[in-house]
Write a protein that binds this ligand. Sequence first.
Ligand SMILES: Nc1ncnc2c1ncn2[C@@H]1O[C@H](COP(=O)(O)OP(=O)(O)OP(=O)(O)O)[C@@H](O)[C@H]1O
Ligand SMILES: O=C(O)c1ccc[n+]([C@@H]2O[C@H](COP(=O)([O-])O)[C@@H](O)[C@H]2O)c1
Length: 190
Amino acid sequence: MTVGLFFGSFNPIHIGHLIIANVMAEAPEISQVWFVVSPQNPFKQRKSLLHEFDRLDMVNAAIQDNFNLRASDIEFNMPKPSYTIDTLTYLTEKHPDYTFKLIIGQDNLKSFPKWKNSDQILSKYGLYVYPRPNSQPSELLDHENVKVIDSPMLDVSATFIRKCIKKNQSIRYLVPSEVEKLIVSKKFYL
Ligand SMILES: Nc1ncnc2c1ncn2[C@@H]1O[C@H](COP(=O)(O)OP(=O)(O)OP(=O)(O)O)[C@@H](O)[C@H]1O
Ligand SMILES: O=C(O)c1ccc[n+]([C@@H]2O[C@H](COP(=O)([O-])O)[C@@H](O)[C@H]2O)c1
């Protein structure tokens, strides 16, 4: 089985993430997509970062009706910050019969060469890159192990959603209603 791994902070998960995961889960070569919730991105320090358990709850609420999408808390018990190669290595050892592919947004491609052991990630796992508005150019787009997903750009971000919440503006349709319910009831991001 080939699993597409979609790593992220998901602070919170939004329709952009879900559309990307769904497009990838429908690709003939991918059987499932796993959202891997990262406690701490090595490159991002944010005061507004919710606890990983709350972010995982929102991911689970968002995907509850889709059997092809799973949530993973594998990084919760691993050293922080969350280095993707360490998680990929661990998952590969844990599931020797599975093939893992990495899914990332195009905005992350520019800094990808600075990720820990990025060459190894590229050669061993390969990248599926989902186009994103305002992404910087990257030579990696022409790399043989990088596949650009042919699907419409989605101009939505977790940053925008957090700002809407702070300004008391609606986030309806930007996140699934189950996620919106959690955000409201738990007073996240206010
Ligand atoms: N609209 C989008 N289009 C393409 N890729 C996206 C989009 N939103 C998120 N991603 C990708 O999803 C993964 C997880 O992203 P993340 O959880 O940081 O969301 P984000 O919206 O970029 O958050 P923030 O605004 O807080 O930085 C990353 O690989 C990111 O590039
Ligand atoms: O492994 C690395 O060096 C590395 C550097 C930067 C980001 N990452 C991972 O990339 C994922 C995307 O992060 P984010 O915050 O943009 O959602 C998240 O899982 C991070 O842990 C990983």
